[in-house]
Design a protein around this ligand. Structure first.
Ligand code: ZN
Length: 100
């Protein structure tokens, strides 16, 4: 599993130009880039999906994180989910790990 993850990161490294790289907040290398990713928040049985969240991903240390600005906006969305979110049918599956 770890090998597959590393291979995928290596491909992305080639796709992301140096001009789009930023200094990583964790390892301080200029290896982080922003990508829009969905985030799922769970409260009890309720799921809230926030689409297109700007997510910082570092190819050097593997960390993914949000900027303070993004966290502020996520908190605003979560606090106002009743007004901001629409309800859509979502298929949910349970991951079942196989014994090694
Ligand atoms: Zn890093």
């Amino acid at each position: 599993m770890e090998k597959a993850t590393r291979a995928r990161r290596r491909i992305k490294r080639q796709e992301i130009g140096d001009e789009k790289r930023r200094v990583c907040s964790f390892c301080s290398q200029s290896a982080a880039y922003e990508a829009l990713r969905p985030q799922v928040f769970k409260r009890g049985d309720h799921l809230l999906v926030v689409e297109d969240v700007p997510t910082m991903i570092c190819d050097n240390c593997g960390e993914t994180y949000f900027t303070g600005e993004t966290i502020d906006e996520l908190e605003r969305i979560l606090s106002n989910a009743n007004e901001l979110a629409v309800t859509r049918p979502v298929r949910v599956a349970q991951f079942i790990a196989r014994a090694a």
